[in-house]
Design a protein around this ligand. Sequence first.
Ligand code: NAP
Ligand code: MG
Length: 453
Amino acid sequence: MTTTQVVNPATEEVVATVEAADEAATDVAIERAQQALPGWRAVAPGDRARLLRRFAEAVDADLENLAALEVRNAGHTIGNARWEAGNVRDVLHYSAGLPERLLGSQIPVAGGVNLTFHEPLGVVGIIVPWNFPMPIAAWGFGPALAAGNTVVLKPAELTPLTAVRLGELAARAGLPDNVFQVIPGRGSVVGARFVTHPAVRKVVFTGSTEVGKQIMAGCADQVKRVTLELGGKNANIVFADADVERAAATAPYGVFDNAGQDCCARSRILVQRSIFDRFLELLEPAVRGVRVGDPADADTEMGPLISAAHRERVAGFLEPSTKVAFTGSRPDGPGFWFPPTVVLPSSPADRVVTEEVFGPVVAVLPFDDEADALRIANDTEYGLSGSIWTSDVGRALRVSRGVEAGNLSVNSHSSVRYWTPFGGFKQSGLGRELGPDAARAFTETKNVFIATD
Ligand code: NAP
Ligand code: MG
């Protein structure tokens, strides 16, 4: 076994040392998960529901501890971290409503009865990134467990602490042994084994488009089921008929939340040309007003980036020729800090316009009319989320239907509710998580015909 040192990104101090599983340990965990499968499948729907409710209650009782762990491990603001732990609780409660509602159908046929069943897939492997360690894990394991699958979960090397704690809470809540296992380790070892091990019947991956493509290609070998939640280059489209003050005041929070390390970050702001200058005048104080600092302070709105390497990657998007309109603040001293940064690109081909930065950098671009706005918004290989600011309800709906993305918000920047579907168009992903169909994604439909003649 090798170990990984976990670093607090706000202080650069080592906060924990975690054992990293090798391939043999991963195989042992997968085999245990496979052995636990018949027992878990046989738990009556109402009892499975009750166990998930107990798991939710254990998370709720531990909410402050989980949130504090995420502040230390990921540099998330305490306000966000509390929401994230609460989201795990809520996803579990919602998932607890699914076992008794995995309804099949009875389809009219001649000479018999035809029934459909939603059978569990088997062992599900979940690979989690470092940007939202708790929610992204729960969006997979909640519905997967509800549907009768067993789960092996690999947290990101940088952020394993809350996942390990969730594993302990599941056991404390009474989930049977090996139904839900957390396996910290390297992506190229543990995550890659989820792809190649034949007992793992589905891989749920959230992370970079580059690794997502490798996983999809690897899964093809066994026709393994896969859900992918990948990157985004999301547009926040502000029309001249919008409440421009509100659009400008909220735009920073649509992109700088979690220091921009969010696949839903609205990292391109498209502004109708007639209000472009006024919007920038309003945006400047809003950006300067973002409170960047100690994530444990309840008033802080933005913390540090996750690592030194990631800060370097983000900084690499600002080339000497890049026109920075204005920036917000950042603390001095240790920590992987980066100020909120607003860029006026010189060309639509600039990397800062076309690539996912995954940091607090936003590009502001003008557009002429509705058709132009849609053309620019869709001029990307991604299609995850986006916002539309307008007071014209017809335009709001036309543009919502026109943007090639899975999660849109009108006069708002919210993308995620555990009871509505979430996922991407184009290279932002494959499949959907959350919402009423969440458990279905962890089942196969089986059709059974029974002759009565
Ligand atoms: P990444 O490499 O895609 O990592 C995501 C997860 O996949 C981690 O748990 C990682 O393990 C694992 N992994 C890495 N290589 C693997 C492989 N060959 N097989 C199976 N699993 C593997 O992402 P990253 O390097 O952390 O971040 C790079 C960029 O990806 C970011 O800057 C951002 O643009 C994008 N990103 C997007 C999201 C999103 O929410 N869509 C999340 C994170 C990153 P390790 O812990 O060992 O790396
Ligand atoms: Mg990587």
